[in-house]
Design a protein around this ligand. Structure first.
Ligand code: TXA
Ligand code: MG
Length: 333
């Protein structure tokens, strides 16, 4: 038996990793935290209508209280029943991309506790495109609040195992839905002004959104890295233990030899760094594959325990933009 499947088995025996929806429903309904699979990254979910349960999210993640959470459910009709409605442009995008990796920031309703929105007058909502997750959400009579299931400031998890490594047995359970297919968090768009505003680059490309809307998004909120409008987007976020540089290896040779470097590239390997210390995100140069691999690649590069990680940026187009955004946040400035 392979080491990874042996690990998975041990975790299942511990009862932490589950696959049954009835168990998952029970954990959430009694006010405990449950890690849930989505197509983007794993989320750390709580009953959004249970303020005490939502408070556990902030505590477990060590998340600043000012950073609001995204609400998840399985249909727009349900959000409507909870008083949350999308304006016309958002509906157009939802028709094209929901369920999927897009989050809508819209006016909040009175039903949503302030702890979910960190006191903001707006709320972020999304319908994840993951069969097991949708089946769970359909069973619940409440939306779940769910940030990415990592400690604040570290790399988002794309497998159940990643979640277990961060939280161990300190949460109610982990619903295992396999590795996340998109691998980057959702793209966040705010609809509080006439012109939709991009708050976070993510798993749905800017180009796809603008094509459907037939207009450019307001991207001024992204110019400042520490985006106050999406308070979670602090400039240093996805930080590995090993210092990661978006720089040439050659610029570090006075302090570090090639043998002491790990490398993360898009589709071209580095000529001098040992091959076993190199990770390519997509040998075919495919953006979606690179996105899907990114967070696991940063974890693997970190686990090589070299002195530094050298990473290269992708072209600034398609999902390359969001991948570069995450690499910049992971990097030493
Ligand atoms: O793909 C995703 O979006 C994943 C999965 C689990 O759904 N969730 C996720 O959540 O990435 P989190 O908490 O790691 O990131 C949510 C971001 C934060 O930057 C937060 O500040 C922003 O969304 N946000 C949440 N509510 C907001 C609001 N009302 N206005 C502006 N930004 C908001
Ligand atoms: Mg996060």
């Amino acid at each position: 038996m392979q080491e990874s499947s042996l690990n998975a088995l041990i975790l299942q025996l511990l009862g932490m990793i589950i696959t049954e929806i009835s168990l998952a429903t029970a954990i959430l309904s009694r006010g405990d935290l449950l890690a849930i699979p989505t197509e983007t990254v794993y989320g750390l979910a709580a009953n959004a209508f249970d303020g005490a349960a939502v408070a556990k999210i902030y505590q477990a993640k060590n998340r600043p209280q000012f950073n609001p959470l995204i609400l998840h459910s399985n249909s727009l009709e349900r959000f409507k029943a909870w008083g949350i409605e999308l304006p016309e442009k958002a509906l157009k995008l939802a028709a094209a991309f929901s369920p999927g990796p897009i989050t809508f920031v819209v006016p909040k309703s009175a039903l949503i506790p302030d702890i979910v929105t960190a006191g903001h007058a707006t709320v972020a909502i999304r319908i994840p495109n993951h069969a097991l997750c949708l089946a769970l959400l359909a069973e619940l009579d409440f939306p779940v609040a769910a940030p990415s299931a990592n400690k604040s400031g570290s790399i988002s998890p794309t497998t159940a195992q990643h979640v277990f490594e961060q939280f161990g047995e300190s949460i109610g359970g982990i619903l295992d839905g396999g590795p996340c297919q998109i691998g980057l968090e959702s793209t966040i768009v705010s609809f509080t002004a006439e012109k939709p505003k991009l708050l976070r680059l993510g798993g749905l490309s800017l180009e796809s959104i603008e094509n459907v809307l037939g207009e450019k998004l307001d991207t001024s909120g992204l110019i400042n890295n520490d985006n106050p409008e999406a308070p979670g987007m602090l400039s240093r976020h996805y930080a590995p233990q090993t210092p990661l540089y978006l720089d040439t290896a050659e610029n570090h040779l006075e302090q570090v030899s090639y043998e002491e470097m790990a490398f993360i590239g898009f589709n071209e390997s580095h000529p001098k760094i040992p091959k076993k210390q190199q990770i390519l995100l997509s040998k075919k140069g495919n953006y979606a594959e690179a996105a899907q691999q990114l967070f696991a690649a940063i974890r693997r590069a970190d686990a090589l325990n070299q002195k530094i990680i050298i990473a290269t940026l992708l072209p600034e187009e398609d999902l390359g933009r969001a991948i570069n955004d995450r690499l910049r946040r992971a990097a030493i400035k």
